[in-house]
Write a protein that binds this ligand. Structure first.
Ligand SMILES: CC(=O)SCCNC(=O)CCNC(=O)[C@H](O)C(C)(C)COP(=O)(O)OP(=O)(O)OC[C@H]1O[C@@H](n2cnc3c(N)ncnc32)[C@H](O)[C@@H]1OP(=O)(O)O
Ligand SMILES: O=C([O-])CC(=O)C(=O)O
Length: 371
């Protein structure tokens, strides 16, 4: 009988660390965050409440939400030289790479960079959440030779973020749907980017470095980059039948279809995708335009039939963002902005109870050779 391999490709099902932040309980079909099920939370809270939950370890009351909204408005000052640096980037730079550069640059402006205490880390995490929407939107405008935009402090965190991305004050429905997407993306246990951030943090490197690594990880199409790829696919054709044919052809070519499958959910539906699908239905109803909805449903049915695979969150987030008027290049940067709260919570936890990550390998190379 062949021996069991010691290593597991892609670390599938390997328990890498202990955490009190979140857990994907696939038996109970729950995404537990600080003991609450994310799907249930979507009925009761918005993204700002999630920030409070992850950093203060409890759900906020109304006063605390108001004061957090205010804090995020008050702390959104950005060093002017950051804009100068971003302006120098070649026009072809993807906004994810601009975001990565920006995070890296911000380290130099932090006077207490090497203080990895919970207090210092939490303080800088709040600042990052306050500034990232403006940095993300304006780096896109700078790359495209467009004038930058300033925050509208009369708006809520999510409404202002969407306003920065589109240049238009959103309707209540648009604000609610965008906020919901941020909430759904906010935290998801130990995906590649979160693991990357924790591995970097485990050397006692700073939060900016850990986040910079996480942006690079999240950019990949097998991870966060999938939402942009889904939209590009949807825009190739304009009927459900043509979309089915396009996916069939890709399957025949043994290509992966972005927006389907998930390491943890595997052949089950990502529960967040159902909530995003509902948001797409609401948006389609309100606009009287269900073209993307019908195409997505056709793709979903085909993938279940042909491969037994289900959509992940990126599949339905893509048409929702497109219908909200957000440029495609900003889809993955938005995912990163919303995930920043979860990433920072993990970096804080890693620094608080640290042990260096340093695994071993199963050597498959040439055995020892005499010279
Ligand atoms: C919010 C997020 O970041 S969620 C992830 C977003 N990423 C995507 O949507 C990219 C598309 N999906 C994928 O590439 C994968 O499903 C992943 C990377 C998410 C998970 O991958 P893994 O757990 O490593 O599964 P793996 O890639 O080994 O696939 C297992 C089998 O399912 C197939 N499969 C998995 N996903 C897909 C897909 N999207 N399209 C077609 N086939 C797929 C594989 O071809 C493979 O088939 P085989 O056993 O016949 O070779
Ligand atoms: O959990 C993962 O592997 C990918 C991810 O970030 C998500 O699904 O939100």
């Amino acid at each position: 009988m062949p021996a069991e391999p010691l290593s597991k490709a892609g670390l599938q099902d390997v328990i890498a660390l202990d955490t009190a932040i979140s857990y994907l309980d696939t038996d109970r079909e729950q995404i537990l965050i600080k003991g609450f099920d994310l799907i249930e939370l979507t009925q009761h809270i918005g993204y700002v409440e999630m920030i409070h939950l992850l950093f203060e370890h409890q759900l906020p009351n109304t006063e605390q939400v108001k004061s957090l909204e205010q804090r995020l408005k008050d702390q959104c000052d950005i060093p002017t030289s950051l804009w100068t640096i971003l302006q120098e980037l070649p026009q072809e730079t993807h906004p994810m790479d601009a975001q990565r550069t920006a995070l890296s640059v911000l380290a130099g402006f932090d006077q207490s960079l090497h203080d990895c205490s919970v207090q210092a880390n939490t303080h800088r995490a709040y600042r990052l959440l306050a500034t990232l929407p403006m940095i993300t939107a304006n780096s896109y405008y700078l790359l495209n030779g467009k004038p930058t935009i300033v925050t509208d402090s009369s708006l809520s965190y999510s409404a202002n973020f969407l306003y920065l991305l589109t240049g238009r004050v959103p309707s209540k429905l648009e604000e609610r749907i965008f906020d919901l997407s941020l909430l759904l993306y906010s935290e998801h246990e130990l995906p590649n980017s979160t693991f990357t951030a924790r591995v970097i943090a485990s050397t006692l490197s700073d939060m900016y470095g850990a986040l910079t690594g996480a942006v690079a990880s999240l950019k990949g199409p097998l991870h966060g980059g999938a939402n942009e790829e889904v939209m590009k696919l949807l825009l190739k054709v304009n009927t459900p039948e043509a979309f089915e044919e396009l996916l069939q052809e890709k399957l025949r070519q043994k290509e992966k279809i972005m927006g389907f499958g998930h390491r943890v959910y595997a052949k089950k539906m990502d529960p967040r995708a159902l909530i995003m699908k509902r948001a797409l239905i609401d948006l389609s109803d309100q606009r009287g335009d269900d073209q993307f909805l019908r195409m997505c449903e056709a793709g979903e049915n085909l993938m279940e039939r042909e491969k037994g695979l289900f959509p992940n969150l990126d599949y339905y987030a893509a048409p929702v963002y497109y219908m909200l008027g957000i440029p495609i290049d900003l889809f993955t940067p938005i995912f990163f902005c919303s995930r920043t709260v979860g990433l920072c919570a993990h970096i804080i936890e890693q620094h608080q109870n640290n042990r260096l990550f340093r695994p071993r390998v199963q050597y498959k190379g040439t055995p020892y050779q005499f010279i």
